[in-house]
Ligand binder design. Structure first.
Ligand code: SF4
Length: 169
């Protein structure tokens, strides 16, 4: 693999991992890309970590804790292109049900020691915190849209429609 191959990172926030599993389930289709992409960070699939910056970051999950809110800023700064995956990342996900209730009440009912739970009042999509280049909707994300975006970004072209772009270049 060329040392200047584009680097890909996959990040998890509050989510069920289902969108990451969709990536893993695309193994056969992704093989042709394997020689053209360097997996820099993807804990669900590999142990190694390559320091940023990253050419493409895929982000699963919503922002639900103060540390999430800081981490997504760091990821955005380290990423040339940032793509959000699935309903959690694009709209807050099922965990955004808290937005219609008092999260402190939930916390006191569910946890024996709620004082140790550091959480935000609301679950929010990634785009509420940082600029996002492409959003892939669905729960889980659609594999064909995912493959189209990944292939296009590696080939240096604009993904065909279906993937909803929120960034006009
Ligand atoms: Fe799981 Fe759905 Fe969220 Fe993807 S969008 S991480 S499948 S809950």
């Amino acid at each position: 693999m060329p040392v200047d191959a584009p680097t890909l990172a996959v990040w998890k926030f509050a989510s069920c991992d289902g969108c990451q599993l969709t990536i893993l389930n695309c193994e056969d289709e992704l093989l042709p890309l394997a020689g053209a992409v360097r997996i820099a960070y993807f804990p669900e699939a590999t142990r190694g970590t390559v320091a940023g910056p990253y050419d493409v970051s895929l982000v699963e999950g919503s922002v639900t804790t103060p540390s999430d809110a800081l981490r997504i800023q760091e990821i955005r700064q380290a990423s040339r292109v940032l793509v959000t995956l699935g309903a959690c990342a694009t709209s807050g996900g099922i965990q955004a049900l808290r937005n219609f209730a008092d999260v402190r009440e939930y916390r006191s009912i569910v946890y024996a020691h709620p004082e140790y739970i550091d959480t935000l009042e609301r679950s929010t999509p990634i785009a509420d915190h940082v600029p996002v280049d492409f959003e892939l909707h669905g729960c889980p994300v659609d594999r064909h849209q995912l493959l189209e975006v990944l292939t296009a970004l590696v080939q240096g072209r604009v993904p065909r429609p279906a993937a909803h772009s929120v960034c006009v270049e």
